[in-house]
Design a protein around this ligand. Structure first.
Ligand code: HEM
Length: 408
């Protein structure tokens, strides 16, 4: 097992530098070249080359635009700017951009009224660059860290001999909700990764046709599996929230580093502090992914960010972080771009957390899987990892020896 883990670790180490795209870096040389572009054919206005350079992510020196405003050369570009020519009215452009204008459309609703939005390129570059790169590194880094942890610490064993007596850790309904949550999340994660990395990894290896088929299937699965995930999230929340309220035993757990390092096993109720972190991560991050996912599932119907940014600005959050106020006027398309970016960022973070959870719930800890498999755990395991909970269960059994209901 350790040899296999070492082999995977070595493969990851090689794959990380080679396999992932790096963020686009501004190229000064390209900016110099753009400044020398011959614009006589467009009367001094931007050329196709300027547009293409901007789309390639190069820094385009657009000072030539300002030098045109208001002087005689503006006449040359009047046809492109409309009736105001070079004397562009910023209020008009702003109204067009944010939908305050008097434009009417016969089809397409509010979104079609929006004639200008300039966030597309920035969003595209963020998605192809930092999002894909750092998201990928986060997942591969988490897997590498867990393999390293396994090699250093090994499996967490049950210290005392098994007693042969078992207690019910999770009832059928709890296991049903957990596996619905787990199954749907794994499918959502895998199909989400396919949609994000398909063009970079599947298209060059299996071809564009195969990529198209795999991506469309992934999109259908992703959009539909979101519903069981949300249902399971609500079930898990309702059933386990009372066991996940922080209390004093959590401090002992943290003080002893959860018994993960060293030999001590801190006392715990039904869930220890580490599990509470997993629970609240799943609820809060899973909830946020669900809300932004709904916004993406019903395009333009559930804009989230302009309102959220207004609240954050009012609370003074940007000031605390030392950044400028967040934009509170957003085009409908920009709302969608932000929803996608947020959905993916939070998705990557939760995937990394869940990879660690899957490790500890399966190969990382002896006897843990039974809790979610059969629902029954040996008393030796329960005593080692959840001693207060075991005592409570046994006390209840004594109070009502005839009752056959599951513990808790
Ligand atoms: C193959 C995948 C998975 C395995 C083997 C697994 C295993 C387990 C086990 C054994 C427990 C009970 C631990 C105990 O008795 O104390 C548990 C609890 C839990 N699982 Fe999973 N799980 C998996 C996937 C997931 C996924 C994908 C999610 C959420 C998206 C999730 C969320 C939870 C939560 C919130 C708990 C309660 C808190 C905790 O024990 O950490 N699980 N899981």
């Amino acid at each position: 097992m350790r040899k296999l883990a070492l082999a995977i670790l070595a493969t990851l180490a090689l794959a990380v530098p080679a396999g992932l795209p790096v963020p686009a870096i501004a190229q000064d040389a390209a900016a110099d070249a753009a400044a020398e572009v011959d614009r006589s054919a467009t009367g001094g206005a931007q050329t196709l080359e300027d547009i293409l350079a901007r789309q390639r992510g190069e820094v385009v020196d657009d000072s030539f635009r300002r030098s045109l405003i208001g002087d005689g050369t503006a006449a040359g570009i009047a046809a492109q700017l409309g009736t105001l020519g070079g004397e562009s009215d910023s209020e008009v452009w702003r109204a067009l951009r944010y939908g305050h204008d008097s434009v009417t459309v016969s089809a397409g609703g509010d979104v079609a009224r929006n004639l200008i939005q300039d966030g597309g390129m920035a969003w595209y570059q963020f998605r192809e660059g930092p999002l894909a790169t750092y998201g990928g590194y986060l997942l591969l880094g988490t897997i590498a860290a867990l393999i390293l942890f396994y090699l250093l610490r090994g499996k967490i064993r049950i210290d005392e001999p098994m007693t042969g007596r078992t207690v019910t850790r999770f009832a059928g309904i709890e296991r049903f909700a957990h596996w619905m949550l787990a199954g749907s999340f794994i499918l959502l994660g895998l199909t989400g990764l396919v949609v994000m990395f398909g063009r970079a990894f599947i298209a060059p290896t299996l071809g564009k046709e195969a990529n198209a088929v795999i991506l469309s299937a992934s999109k259908i699965i992703h959009n539909n599996i979101a519903w069981p995930f949300m249902l399971a999230l609500v079930m898990i929340f309702v059933m386990w929230v009372w066991h996940n309220i922080p209390n004093r035993t959590d401090l002992t757990w943290f003080a002893q580093a959860g018994g993960i390092v060293g030999k001590k096993h801190p006392p715990a109720k039904k869930f220890n502090a580490g599990q509470k972190i997993i629970f609240w991560s799943v609820i809060l991050l899973g909830g946020s992914i669900s809300v932004s996912g709904l916004s993406l599932l019903f395009p333009f119907e559930l804009p989230l960010f302009a309102k959220t940014f207004t609240v954050l600005n009012d609370l003074g959050v940007p000031g605390l972080l030392g950044i400028a106020d967040l934009p509170t006027q957003l085009a409908p398309q920009e709302e969608m771009q932000l929803a996608q970016a947020w959905h993916a960022i939070v998705g990557f973070v939760l995937m990394a957390i869940i990879i660690a959870h899957i490790y500890i719930g399966s190969i990382g800890m002896e006897g843990a899987f039974d809790a979610m498999g059969s629902g029954e755990v040996d008393e030796a395991w329960a005593h080692q990892h959840h001693s207060i909970w075991l005592d409570e269960v046994k006390a209840k059994e004594k109070e009502a020896p005839a009752a056959s209901a599951p513990a808790e």
